[in-house]
Write a protein that binds this ligand. Structure first.
Ligand code: AMP
Ligand code: MG
Length: 392
């Protein structure tokens, strides 16, 4: 049994970013990883622009009655120069006319005679967004390795990055094992259960925008397990199996991983749930034998498969771990493994362990917002005591 940290290091030390990159349209870039630095092709803002609707004028004139000489909407180029005791009516986002150095908010003015206004206050901020104050032309705006989120899409759009260069997507295959399994559209017979792991893993992989393929259920025999692993390896970089990794008479996954050419880097991790987790490598291909229990399968995907896939995408994955107080005392008898406990996080930032009967209890995850980590050697977390929590 190796500690979790070593299991993670083993995954990261043995993997590398996929070679190659591709261009994708901006509307397909969400969740992909930038394969090259992005520089801005323009100043932002590109010109001095008004931050408000109002009247552009000279600051030294704001106490006087101002004559409106022009109306400038966003997208128009001002034609007139603002001079003493004149102003240009201006809309948010429009270019500041020459001569003006501040904009009076429309809310702080009142009409004053024919085509004139008066400012109702004694002072104002400039209300101007100055050219290049956000970003200078040519400057680095997004770095290689950034995992693209909606706010990055906006930046790419603003700098003309309509086809960002991104890393390749790892190809992932999913196989469940178990003679007891039927698919969700089937009614389980006596002694059968529905296959939930494959669909959960599929969704976890989909959420990462990798190329994922469901291969089906392997029977609990050597031939079927071997054939499905070999088949999946042909077309994928990472093969994920669930079940068949423990000590039962029908647990053929580790043996068939070896027969398929994978070097096994570990077979058990000091973690609960998730102890029977097998990790193998063959050249640039990887195989995980994940636990059959759905909560364990979920947790190990989050803790080990995700970092592997992000590494292959060229992204350094560092999920935020928060130190949170526990809502109630947590106790366990045996502490030889790190425990991962689903928790609900209340609005005061207090972590409340959810009622959890063990690694088959998928419903426990349904409302959990975090996973709390109880370290090896710790048997008790007192009420109010801090524990590491990773948000899910
Ligand atoms: P195993 O490691 O194959 O012995 O499986 C451990 C437990 O997980 C058993 O109770 C299995 O029935 C259950 N299990 C295995 N695979 C799945 C799956 N794909 N979906 C739901 N439960 C599963
Ligand atoms: Mg099984």
């Amino acid at each position: 049994m190796i500690p979790f940290d070593i299991a993670l290091q083993t995954v990261l030390n043995n993997s590398q970013p996929l070679a190659g990159k591709e261009k994708v349209p901006l509307d397909a870039a969400l969740g992909r990883v930038l394969a090259a630095d992005v520089h801005s092709d323009i100043d932002m803002p590109p010109f001095d622009k008004s931050a408000v609707d109002g009247y552009a004028c000279r600051r030294q004139d704001i106490a006087n009655e101002l004559e409106i000489i022009e109306i400038v909407a966003a997208g128009m180029v001002p034609q007139k120069v603002v001079t003493e005791n004149t102003c240009t009516k201006i809309m948010t986002g429009a270019m500041i006319p020459e001569g003006a150095n501040c904009v009076l908010m429309v809310e702080h003015t009142k009409p004053s005679g024919e085509n004139k206004i008066k400012f109702l206050k004694s002072d104002t901020t400039a209300n101007i967004a100055y050219a290049a104050e956000d970003v200078k032309k040519g400057s680095l705006i997004l770095e290689k390795g950034v995992l693209i989120k909606p706010e990055h899409i906006a930046i790419l759009a603003a700098v003309g990055g309509f086809e960002p260069e991104v890393s390749l997507q790892p190809r992932v295959s999913i196989i469940s094992t178990g003679n007891e399994l039927v698919e969700p559209y089937q009614v389980p017979g006596i002694s059968q259960i529905r296959n939930s792991n494959s669909w959960q893993l599929l969704a976890q992989a989909q959420q990462m925008n990798v190329k994922v393929k469901y291969e089906g259920i392997a029977r609990d025999d050597e031939e079927s397990t071997y054939r499905m692993i070999r088949n999946a390896m042909e077309t994928s970089d990472v093969v994920l199996l669930t079940g068949g990794v423990s000590m039962g008479d029908y647990d053929f996954v580790p043996g068939m991983m070896i027969k398929s050419g994978f070097e096994i880097l570990y077979r058990t991790i000091a973690i609960q749930p998730g102890k029977p987790t097998v990790f193998g490598k063959k050249n640039n291909k990887f195989c995980f034998g994940l636990p059959g229990n759905p909560v364990a399968s979920f947790v190990i995907f989050e803790l080990l498969v995700k970092p592997l896939l992000y590494k292959m995408m060229g992204c350094e994955f560092s999920p935020r771990i928060l130190r949170m107080p526990f809502a109630q005392e947590y106790k366990r008898r045996i502490s030889e493994r790190m425990s991962v406990i689903p928790v609900v996080i209340n609005s005061d930032g207090i972590a409340e362990p959810v009622n959890y009967h063990g690694s088959a209890h998928i419903h426990a995850l349904a409302y959990a917002q975090g996973m709390a980590f109880i370290p090896i050697g710790t048997t008790t977390i007192g009420k109010g005591e801090l524990a590491d929590v990773r948000l899910i």
